[in-house]
Design a protein around this ligand. Structure first.
Ligand SMILES: [Zn+2]
Ligand SMILES: [Zn+2]
Length: 162
């Protein structure tokens, strides 16, 4: 038994190994390789691209308010079935907050459907969205944005080699 190095699910058998980590399927293995590449990227290139995104107009509202990477979390469940999704948004704080409020309401609206198995998890997802709302930009690109940029550069490099 092992935990997947990408999606963290439990793997009982048939995992794939890469540099001392194990992965449950090909996509997770690819993500593991991308994470590996992202550790070795040139610091200046990452910094430049991060700043460029940070200083661009917001792609949702076209205002110049400084962009960052914000995550939104969505959970839909029905009795013993539950579907979870995580999305990254590159936008300004105003657009991100609208997005988060929407998903908080969405999770709240579906809360009753989460009974009896998923109410705690649903509340956890609501909390995760609320937490993103209170992340106040501090005048420079966040670590989240930098990680997002690293991941995109590494993804491009990975699929170019493939
Ligand atoms: Zn996995
Ligand atoms: Zn915006």
């Amino acid at each position: 038994m092992a935990f997947c190095g990408s999606c963290k699910t439990i793997i009982l058998f048939g995992w794939k190994e890469f540099y001392g980590k194990v992965f449950c399927n090909k996509e997770c293995l690819n993500q593991g390789k991308i994470d590996f590449i992202s550790k070795w990227l040139d610091k200046d290139i990452v910094e430049d691209q991060t700043l460029e995104i940070y200083k661009s107009d917001c792609l949702s509202c076209w205002e110049y308010r400084r962009n960052d990477a914000y995550y939104s979390y969505k959970i839909s469940s029905f009795i013993y079935w539950s579907y979870r999704q995580e999305e990254v948004h590159i936008c300004c704080k105003v657009c991100a907050t609208k997005e988060h409020i929407f998903w908080v309401l969405y999770c709240l609206a579906l809360w009753w459907w989460a009974l009896p198995f998923w109410p705690i998890l649903t509340l956890y997802y609501i909390w995760k969205n609320l937490y993103q709302i209170v992340l106040i930009p501090n005048g420079e690109p966040s670590k989240r944005l930098e990680d997002y940029v690293k991941n995109s550069i590494a993804t491009d490099m990975f699929y170019k080699d493939d």
